[in-house]
Design a protein around this ligand. Structure first.
Ligand code: NAP
Length: 676
C-alpha cells in the first residue's frame, strides 16, 4: 500500500514532507496511510506571501466581489465532493458524518457568500451602526467603521471536522479581505489537503489568499504581528498553551478560541414519557452521542432528567443505543464509525474511566462489543457508553472531564432551577438544549443559563420537524461559548467576519463621514442634477444627489377624503374636540400615511424609467403634526447604492418632509430598485 505524503501549500508551491513527518494511521484498519510534516518549512516566506501578495489582492476586492468568489469556491468544492467523501472514510467517519463535514462546510460558505452580498456593501468599508450625533447642530458626528486587518489569519483546527472546520473559518476570513494560513490537525490533514488542492486548482483564489501547513507550525506564532489573527479550535490545554505565549500576549495578537465543552441537554419537567418531547429527547441524545462517534465539540455530554423520569430515560436510551451498529464506515449498515486514532481511543477510555469513578456505566462495555466488518477489527472503535450519576450536586468529574467520544452521563434534577444550576456547572459551554413544550421553562433556562452557554437550543413538537439539531453550529448563529468553551465566538453571520476586521471610531463633519463611508450623511453637500433622479440609472446616480419638490397644501377635504377612502376615521383626523384632548395634537391632523402618499405624489416621475419598484421604507418617524392649511414639501437624497444582480441595484434614499416653516414633519429612508 502506498503511503500518501501530505504536502503543505506554501508561498505558491506544494512542499513535500521531510524526515520529521509524522505517521498517520487509518482509523478503521490501523494501517499507516499517510505522513505529514516538514520541519524546514519557510514560515517567514509564507507570512510574507500572505501579507504582501494575498492581503493586497483581497483588499482590492469589494465585499460583494469576495462573496461571489466564496460562492464560486463552494460550488466548485461541491462538484468535487465525492473525492472528499471517498478519502474521509479513513478518518472513521460514516457517510452521514461526511454530510456534516463536507456538505456542511460547503453550505456554510454559501451562507457567508449570501450574507456578504445582502448585508454588506459593495465596498471595502463596513459601517457598524448608525451615525452618532456628537454635536447640537450636527456639524460634528461619529460613525464606527470596520476595515480589513492588514496581516494574515492563522487557522489552527481540530481533527474532527477536517473540511467544515477549515471552511467555517475561511469563509468569514476571505469575506473580511484577509488571507489565511490553515493548519489542520495532523490526524485528518489528508482530507483538508485535498480540499485545499481543489480550491487552489479552481484558480478562483488570488495568489497568496490561502496557504496550508501539513504537520507542525514551527515558530510561526512567534512571528505574528498586531495585524494578524490566530483562530484556534481544539482542546482547552492546547489553547491555553498557545494563547499564553509571551509573544502573543505582549503584542495583543487577536486570539479566537473554540475549545472543548461539557454540553448539556435538559429534558423539560413537562416532557414525561408518552409525550412527543420525551421521544424527541431520546432521539436527539442518541444522535448526538453517536454522530461522528461523539467527536463533536457540541455533542451532549451531560443529560439532565426530572427525578421521576430518570429510570424511563435510562431505559429508552439503552434501547435506542442498542440499535446502533458499530463498524466499518464504508458499510451502509454502519450507524457509528471509529474514533480518529488509537491514541484518541485510549484517551476516551481513560476519561470514561474517570467519569466511572462517580457514575455507573449502564450501557456500552468497551471490552465486549460487536464490530461490524471484517476489515475493521484493528480500528479505533469504542461502543456508545452511557453512565448514570445519581449525585450530580457533589460529583466533579461528570461536569469537568470531556471524553471526546460517544460518552454521556444521565443525571437527575429536582426542579428547573436545579437543572439550570447543574447545567452551569460545566463552567461555560458551547450549547445547552432543552426539550420542553412549556415556554416559561424556556424563559427560566434562558435567564438562568444564558450567561454560561454560547447557544441555547429549544425543541418540541412544534419545531421538531424543521429543527436543525442540538449539535449543529449554523453559519447564521454564533458558535462559541464563555469560560471552558474558550471565551470565543465564530460565525453568527456578519459578526464572524468582524473577527478579521478592525473597528475604528471615526469622528468628523458630515462631509468627511460621507466620503469615508460612501454613504450620504445629512449635512453633507447635496448634489444637483438637471434631470429628475428617477430618470437616471443606478450607475449615473451620485451619492448625495438631491431632488427638492414643490409644495402641496393639505386641506380639510383632503383629510376627510383620505379617511373615507381608506376607512381610517381615527378620531384625531375626524373629531376636532377629541383631537384637542389628545396631548399630541393641536386639533384635527392629517394622517401620517396621507403625508407619505402625498410625498410620493410630489416626487414621482410617472413615465417608465430606471426605477423598477419601491421595495420598502425604513426608519419612518413622524415628528410634527400637519393640520389643514399646512403645506408640505419633500427632499430626496441618494444615501447609498447596493448592486443586487446583473440588471439592477437597490438605492436607499434619505427622505425628509418639511412644512411651510421648514420644520421637519417626517423623515424616512425609501428603498427602490433601479436598473443599471
Ligand atoms: P488539540 O490536540 O488541542 O489540537 C488542536 C490543533 O492544535 C491541532 O491542529 C493541533 O495540531 C494543534 N496544535 C497542538 N499543539 C500545537 C502547538 N504547540 N502549536 C501549534 N499547534 C498545535 O485538539 P484535537 O485533539 O485536534 O481536537 C479535539 C478537541 O477539540 C476536543 O477537546 C474538542 O472539544 C475540541 N473541539 C472544539 C471545537 C469548537 O468549535 N469549540 C470544535 C472541534 C473540536 P496537531 O494535530 O498537528 O497536533
Amino acid at each position: 500500500m502506498t503511503i500518501q505524503d501530505v504536502r503543505s501549500f506554501a508561498a505558491g508551491r506544494w512542499i513535500d514532507g521531510d524526515g520529521s513527518a509524522r505517521e498517520i494511521r487509518s482509523a478503521v484498519t490501523g494501517e499507516v496511510i499517510a505522513q505529514a510534516g516538514n520541519a524546514s518549512l519557510d514560515v517567514d516566506a509564507m507570512l510574507d506571501h500572505a501579507r504582501t501578495t494575498g492581503g493586497p489582492a483581497l483588499r482590492a476586492m469589494t465585499f460583494h466581489q469576495r462573496a461571489k468568489m466564496i460562492k464560486a469556491l463552494a460550488l466548485h468544492l461541491s462538484e468535487h465532493k465525492q473525492k472528499l467523501y471517498d478519502i474521509s472514510f479513513a478518518t472513521g467517519a460514516i457517510q452521514k458524518d461526511h454530510l456534516i463535514d463536507i456538505d456542511g462546510g460547503i453550505g456554510t460558505m454559501l451562507v457567508f457568500a449570501s450574507k456578504g452580498r445582502r448585508e454588506m456593501p459593495d465596498d471595502v468599508v463596513y459601517l457598524d451602526g448608525e451615525v452618532e450625533q456628537l454635536s447640537r447642530k450636527g456639524s460634528f458626528l461619529g460613525q464606527h467603521i470596520c476595515t480589513s486587518m492588514q496581516g494574515v489569519a492563522v487557522h489552527i483546527n481540530a481533527f474532527n471536522f477536517p473540511v467544515w472546520g477549515m471552511l467555517e473559518k475561511l469563509a468569514p476570513t476571505l469575506l473580511a479581505g484577509v488571507p489565511a494560513i490553515v493548519k489542520p490537525a495532523t490526524a485528518s490533514c489528508y482530507v483538508t489537503e485535498l480540499a485545499v488542492q481543489i480550491m487552489i486548482n479552481s484558480g478562483l483564489l488570488p495568489n497568496g489568499a490561502l496557504q496550508m501547513v501539513a504537520g507542525g507550525l514551527g515558530d510561526m506564532l512567534d512571528r505574528l504581528t498586531n495585524q494578524d489573527v490566530v483562530s484556534f479550535t481544539g482542546s482547552a490545554d492546547t489553547a491555553l498553551k498557545l494563547r499564553s505565549q509571551p509573544h502573543i500576549l505582549s503584542n495583543s495578537i487577536r486570539f479566537v478560541a473554540e475549545q472543548d465543552s461539557l454540553n448539556a441537554s435538559i429534558l423539560g419537567p413537562d416532557a414525561a414519557p408518552g409525550t412527543p418531547e420525551f421521544d424527541l429527547f431520546v432521539k436527539e441524545v442518541t444522535r448526538e452521542m453517536t454522530t461522528k462517534a461523539g467527536q463533536k465539540c457540541t455533542a451532549i455530554r451531560r443529560i439532565f432528567a426530572p427525578d421521576a423520569h430518570v429510570t424511563a430515560v435510562l431505559e429508552a436510551l439503552q434501547t435506542s443505543l442498542s440499535k446502533v451498529t458499530i463498524g466499518d464506515p464504508n458499510d451502509d449498515a454502519t450507524r457509528m464509525g471509529a474514533l480518529v486514532s488509537s491514541s484518541q481511543r485510549l484517551d476516551v477510555l481513560e476519561k470514561a474511566a474517570t467519569i466511572g469513578k462517580e457514575a455507573e456505566r449502564v450501557f456500552g462495555d468497551p471490552d465486549n462489543f460487536e464490530i461490524h466488518g471484517a476489515n475493521a477489527q484493528n480500528g479505533a472503535f469504542v461502543p456508545p457508553m452511557l453512565f448514570h450519576c445519581a449525585t450530580p450536586d457533589t460529583a466533579v468529574h461528570v461536569h469537568e472531564v470531556e471524553a471526546f467520544g460517544p460518552v454521556s452521563t444521565v443525571m437527575p434534577y429536582s426542579d428547573i432551577e436545579h437543572a439550570v444550576a447543574l447545567a452551569n456547572k460545566g463552567q461555560g459551554s458551547l450549547v445547552a438544549s432543552v426539550i420542553t413544550h412549556d415556554p416559561q421553562v424556556a424563559r427560566t433556562v434562558a435567564l438562568g443559563a444564558g450567561a454560561f452557554h454560547g447557544r441555547l437550543y429549544f425543541n418540541n413538537r412544534d419545531s421538531m420537524k424543521e429543527s436543525t439539531g442540538h449539535g449543529s453550529p449554523l453559519p447564521h448563529m454564533v458558535h462559541g461559548g464563555p469560560g471552558r468553551a474558550g471565551g470565543g465566538e465564530e460565525m453568527g453571520g456578519v459578526r464572524g467576519v468582524m473577527h478579521y476586521m478592525q473597528r475604528t471610531a471615526i469622528q468628523g463633519s458630515p462631509e468627511i463621514l460621507t466620503a469615508i463611508g460612501n454613504r450620504w450623511v445629512p449635512g453633507a453637500t447635496e448634489l444637483d442634477h438637471a434631470n429628475h433622479p428617477f430618470t437616471r440609472s443606478f450607475h449615473d446616480l451620485m451619492i448625495g444627489e438631491t431632488f427638492k419638490t414643490k409644495e402641496r397644501t393639505i386641506s380639510l377635504a383632503d383629510i376627510e377624503q383620505f379617511a373615507e377612502f381608506t376607512g381610517d376615521t381615527f378620531y384625531a383626523h375626524m373629531d376636532e374636540d377629541a383631537a384637542k384632548r389628545n396631548p399630541f395634537f393641536p386639533g384635527r391632523v392629517a394622517h401620517g400615511y396621507l403625508l407619505l402618499s402625498f410625498a410620493a405624489g410630489l416626487f414621482v416621475e410617472p413615465n417608465e424609467g430606471p426605477v423598477l419598484a419601491n421595495t420598502g421604507l425604513d426608519k419612518l418617524r413622524f415628528m410634527k403634526p400637519v393640520e389643514a392649511g399646512d403645506a408640505i414639501k419633500v427632499r430626496l437624497s441618494v444615501k447609498h447604492k447596493t448592486p443586487r444582480n446583473d440588471e439592477y441595484g437597490e438605492v436607499r434614499w434619505h427622505v425628509t418632509l418639511t412644512n411651510q416653516s421648514d420644520e421637519l414633519v417626517a423623515e424616512y429612508e425609501l428603498l427602490t430598485m433601479n436598473a443599471y
